[in-house]
Ligand binder design. Structure first.
Ligand SMILES: CC(C)(COP(=O)(O)OP(=O)(O)OC[C@H]1O[C@@H](n2cnc3c(N)ncnc32)[C@H](O)[C@@H]1OP(=O)(O)O)[C@@H](O)C(=O)NCCC(=O)NCCS
Length: 194
């Protein structure tokens, strides 16, 4: 439809920003990703808690061939220190609305290097990739309401809090927990952080 952004499904990576390299994962990265994905400090904040290491390998292997998954690894000084998730998803779905206009982002930083700005830089890079490279219309993210670091990351990246969903998620240690939802439109990105 005219007036709507054209979504280009070419990889936005590699991208260098904030002293970090955001790039597609290769087989040699999987061990580093496995080394922090299941740490307690990570699983405490994830709906999907323990991930079988071989499932993790299979999922990252599939990314380069996926038309909708633009997840990346984050490298600092040659070490993989984080993973970023960027999925192209469908918009509202009414007749005539094109598919694949929206994005969903997420991130996990290795707890051994937490608090050094990597999460914030990753959110910014994911938004830049989503809006400037993939041409998406709207990007959303969600976090546990009781995840202050992630909330700071999303708000610091300029995303707008849109909702609090009460006891919306189940966590195997915490029980039912509240979720906060954030969003940003392409126009807001261009007028603001972008
Ligand atoms: C959430 C996470 C990505 C933050 O990454 P990070 O690299 O540590 O974050 P940054 O260093 O960029 O800090 C971002 C902000 O959070 C604040 N922050 C960091 N750790 C915090 C903590 N434990 N409690 C409160 N605030 C915290 C920082 O002070 C900073 O605030 P500022 O923007 O006002 O300066 C990381 O902790 C993580 O991966 N956690 C486990 C997985 C997870 O929660 N993923 C997100 C699921 S929605």
């Amino acid at each position: 439809m005219s007036g709507l952004p054209v979504v280009r499904h070419e990889t936005p990576w590699p991208l260098s920003s904030d002293g970090l390299l955001f790039r597609e994962a290769v087989e040699a990265d999987v061990e580093a990703l496995q080394s922090f994905r299941n740490l307690p400090e990570v699983n405490h904040f994830m709906v999907r808690t323990h991930v079988d290491p071989e499932d993790l390998r299979r999922e990252w292997r599939a990314v380069p061939d996926s038309p909708t998954d633009f997840s990346c690894v984050v490298e600092r000084d040659g070490e993989v220190v984080a993973m970023g998730f960027l999925d192209v998803v469908d918009g509202p779905g009414q007749p005539g609305v094109p598919d694949g206009t929206d994005g969903l982002i997420g991130y996990i930083v290795d707890p051994r290097v937490a608090g050094q700005g990597i999460g914030s830089a990753t959110a910014r890079a994911l938004l830049r990739a989503a809006f400037d490279d993939l041409g998406l219309r709207r990007v959303t993210a969600a976090a546990y309401a009781d995840n202050p670091a992630s909330v700071r990351v999303l708000e610091g990246a300029g995303m707008r809090r849109e909702r609090v969903s009460v006891q919306a998620l189940w966590h195997h240690e915490l029980g039912w927990i509240d979720e906060v939802g954030y969003a940003l439109l392409a126009d807001e990105w261009r007028d603001g952080p972008g």
